[in-house]
Design a protein around this ligand. Structure first.
Ligand code: PMP
Length: 402
């Protein structure tokens, strides 16, 4: 029987890249592909103890809860966020099932089919998927290492009249880059002037490698202009505690949060209450900041280990950034190379990465690739890089000489 699915889901095809990446599931393959945190960073014992304490309080935590999220967790979040320059109140916060759900809900409540959202070049792949499920379009704004280029942003705000500009300004996925203070201010001001809501997706902001002052949240820069606010800040405990808790949140203008809560009711009524209670138990009785500092050190070392292994030949073919935080390194091969073709050879050698192609809403830079440096245990990194080096050598040898 030919089953008829919606046109929207039919259009959201799986990409060729994802098909290749399925091959990387085998234990033979060392993978720099997934966006996975290090398992040895998960505070498993502390999480187990937190769940036990929740159960000691009786069966109440097993009951349905409110859509907006456990009130006491939202109260705690207001203090946690204030330290990041995100000043909000419990009634302007929505706890979501990962920050991925917050992206999806925000798009669903703001966008009509055919609407356009402005995104970075490149941008977060699963935000593009959520946009496509909302039947909306993405338009790329030209971006460099410091963020979106203000002239192009202004031009595209004028031509597309978007309701949303979606960005990951701090330690982005895939680019591993962080916007400068000037570009942050420019975005906030231009978005206000053109009536587009800024969605600031910030799952990596806590994982900065350098000590010292944190970067200004767009949310805070926007709030300095006063009024109802024009920024929606999305956060997550996936990278700082554990992704399986599926606990993220959105902070933003009261009307946007209200609409997102309405859409969330239809989606899952509320995010798992027991997981929220356990998270609250954890963060109020344990040194979250100390734990985050440990992750920052661990990931910095892992990033440095990968970068140190990518020197000499054939690595001189690759240009890459040295991220100051987050989980990814972004690299470019010579312009005529196609990273998806290199991936086929890499999988044969027993190593994987993600080609950059699916992270582009417009014409992809097919020579780019993303390398995750957090998940592969350091002891296996030299072998993984040796395999990747062999794949690059084979690929380069097969390229026509100039
Ligand atoms: N935004 C970005 C930029 C991400 O990289 C991720 C995780 N891959 C998410 C949002 C979603 O994370 P979670 O749903 O686990 O909070």
């Amino acid at each position: 029987m030919e089953r008829a699915f919606s046109k929207t889901i039919e259009r959201a095809q799986t990409s060729a890249v994802r098909e290749i990446l399925k091959l990387t599931q085998s234990s033979r393959v060392l993978s720099f592909a997934g966006g996975l945190p290090a398992e040895d960073s998960f505070p498993a014992e502390a999480i187990r103890a937190a769940y036990e304490r929740v159960f000691e309080r009786g069966a109440g935590a097993l009951q349905y809860g409110v859509t907006e999220g456990v009130p006491a967790l939202r109260e705690w979040l207001t203090g946690f966020l204030a330290e990041k320059g995100v000043s909000t109140s419990a009634d302007r916060l929505l706890v979501t099932t990962g920050s991925q759900q917050a992206i999806d809900l925000a798009f669903r409540v703001m966008l009509d089919p055919g609407d356009t959202v402005l995104v970075e070049r490149p941008t977060y792949l699963a935000a593009l998927q959520a946009l496509s499920l909302a039947d909306a379009r993405a338009a790329e704004v030209d971006s460099d290492d410091e963020g979106m280029l203000p002239d192009d942003l202004e031009a595209k705000l004028r031509t597309h009249r978007p309701k949303i500009v979606y960005v990951t300004p701090t330690f982005s996925n895939p680019g591993g880059k962080t916007w400068s203070a000037e570009r942050r201010r420019a975005l906030v001001e231009l978005a206000r002037a053109h009536g587009a809501l800024v969605i600031e997706d910030d799952p990596y902001g806590d994982i900065r490698f350098e000590d010292g002052k944190r970067v200004d949240a767009l949310f805070g820069l926007d709030a300095a202009h006063g009024g109802e606010g024009n920024a929606l800040y999305l956060g997550s405990f996936s990278k700082t505690v554990a992704p399986a808790l599926r606990t993220g949140f959105a902070a933003g203008p009261a009307d946007v949060i209200r609409m997102m809560a309405k859409a969330k009711q239809a989606s899952d009524l509320h995010s798992s209450a027991i997981d929220q209670w356990a998270l609250l138990e954890l963060v109020t009785r344990w040194d979250l900041q100390g734990h985050i500092d440990g992750i920052r050190r661990m990931y910095r070392e892992r990033m440095e280990g990968v970068v140190a292994g990518m020197t000499g030949e054939p690595w001189s073919l690759l240009r890459y950034n040295r991220p100051t935080g987050g989980m990814f390194l972004w690299a470019s091969l010579p312009e005529t190379y196609v990273a998806a073709d290199l991936l086929k050879l890499a999988v044969e050698e027993g190593v994987a990465f993600v080609p950059g192609e699916p992270f582009y809403a417009g014409a992809p830079a097919r020579n780019t690739l993303r390398i995750n440096f957090t998940h592969t245990p350091p002891a296996l990194v030299p072998e993984g890089l040796a395999r990747l080096a062999r794949a690059i050598e084979r690929y380069a040898a097969a390229m026509p000489a100039k």
